[in-house]
Write a protein that binds this ligand. Structure first.
Ligand SMILES: NC(=O)c1ccc[n+]([C@@H]2O[C@H](COP(=O)([O-])OP(=O)(O)OC[C@H]3O[C@@H](n4cnc5c(N)ncnc54)[C@H](OP(=O)(O)O)[C@@H]3O)[C@@H](O)[C@H]2O)c1
Length: 264
C-alpha cells in the first residue's frame, strides 16, 4: 500500500486520516509539534502492525517545513499519499495592527501546503502514481476573515496543481469540511461548546470518521473536490450560485453573531 504522510496527525481530522490510512494498510509518517501525542498515535498504529515514523515539526517555521519536504523527496523511502492537514483557526481581525497570528497562519496553512505539495508532486510524478490531499474548508467560499482567504487559496491551489499533474497518475484533492467535532474550536478559545460558536445548528456538525471516510472514497475516485455529506454539497452549491453581494451579506451576519457570542 505504500507510505502516507499526514501533517497535523496529533489530533482531530489528521489523527483520523492516520487511523483510516493505517487500517487500509499504509505505513505512516506523522507530523506535528506535540511529540507526546505523536508517540501515543504511533503506538496505536504500530499495534495494527504498521511502520510509523514521527517528524516533530512546527510548520510555521521554514526550516521545519524544509525537513518534512526533504522526507517527501527521499527516493529510498517513497511516500504515496500526502495529507496537508495541519491548521488552526485564526482569531485576529484583518485590521489588527499585530499580524503575528496571520503570519503563522499563512506559514502553516499556505506556505507549508505549497512547499509540501510541490515536494510531493515532484517525487510522485516520475513514479506515475500518488495522491495529495489538501484540507481546505467550506469557510473558504465565504468572506469571513483571513482564515476564509487562506482556505480559498488552498482550494484554488489544489485545483491548479491538479491541472498541472493531469495525466501523470498523481491525483490532487481539496477537502472542504464544514464544522467538524475536533479540538479546532476549543483551541481557538471557544468555551461555549459547539452550539455557542455563532449558534451553529447541531445538524451541521460532522464527525471526523465520516468526513475522512468520504474523503478517502473521493480520493480513490480521483475527485478534485471532496465535500462531505449531501447537506454540505447543497450548501456549497448554494453559496457558489448566490450573488457575491449576498455572500458578503451572509458572511457579515455570521461574523456579527460570532462577535455577539464572544461578548456574551
Ligand atoms: N474542525 C473544523 O470544524 C474544521 C473545519 C474546516 C476545516 N478544518 C481544517 O482541518 C484541519 C485540521 O483541523 P482539526 O479540526 O483537526 O483541528 P485540531 O484538532 O486542532 O488539529 C489541528 C492539528 O494541526 C496541528 N498543527 C497546528 N499548528 C501546527 C504547526 N504550527 N505545525 C505543525 N502542526 C500544527 C496540530 O498539532 P500540534 O498542536 O501537535 O502541532 C493538530 O494535529 C485544519 O487545516 C483546519 O483548518 C477544520
Amino acid at each position: 500500500m505504500g507510505t502516507a504522510l499526514v501533517t497535523g496527525a496529533s489530533s482531530g481530522i489528521g489523527a483520523e486520516f492516520a487511523r483510516q490510512l493505517a487500517a487500509r494498510g499504509h505505513d505512516l509518517v506523522l507530523v506535528a509539534r506535540d511529540r507526546a501525542r505523536l508517540d501515543a498515535m504511533a503506538a496505536e498504529l504500530r499495534a495494527l502492525g504498521r511502520t510509523v515514523e514521527i517528524l516533530v515539526a512546527d510548520l510555521a517555521k521554514a526550516n521545519d517545513t524544509d525537513r518534512v519536504a526533504a522526507r517527501l523527496a527521499d527516493p529510498r523511502h517513497p511516500v504515496e499519499v500526502v495529507i496537508n492537514n495541519a491548521g488552526f483557526r485564526v482569531s485576529s481581525r484583518l485590521a489588527d495592527p499585530d499580524v503575528a497570528e496571520h503570519d503563522r497562519a499563512l506559514n502553516v496553512m499556505v506556505r507549508a501546503v505549497l512547499v509540501l505539495g510541490g515536494a510531493a508532486a515532484k517525487a510522485m510524478r516520475p513514479r506515475g502514481s500518488g495522491a495529495i490531499v489538501n484540507v481546505a474548508s467550506i469557510n473558504g467560499q465565504l468572506t469571513l476573515s483571513g482564515y476564509s482567504a487562506i482556505k480559498a487559496w488552498v482550494r484554488v491551489y489544489s485545483e491548479s496543481l491538479s491541472n498541472e499533474l493531469r495525466g501523470s497518475g498523481v491525483t490532487v484533492t481539496a477537502l472542504m469540511p464544514g464544522w467538524v467535532r475536533t479540538e479546532f474550536h476549543q483551541r481557538a478559545g471557544s468555551t461555549k461548546g459547539e452550539a455557542g460558536r455563532g449558534g451553529i445548528p447541531s445538524f451541521l456538525w460532522l464527525e471526523p470518521e465520516l468526513l475522512v471516510r468520504d474523503c478517502l472514497r473521493d480520493v480513490d475516485r480521483g475527485r478534485v473536490i471532496s465535500i462531505p455529506t449531501i447537506r454540505y454539497k447543497f450548501l456549497s452549491w448554494l453559496v457558489k450560485h448566490l450573488p457575491d453581494a449576498t455572500v458578503r451579506w451572509v458572511s457579515r451576519g455570521i461574523s456579527l453573531s460570532r462577535s455577539n457570542a464572544a461578548a456574551d
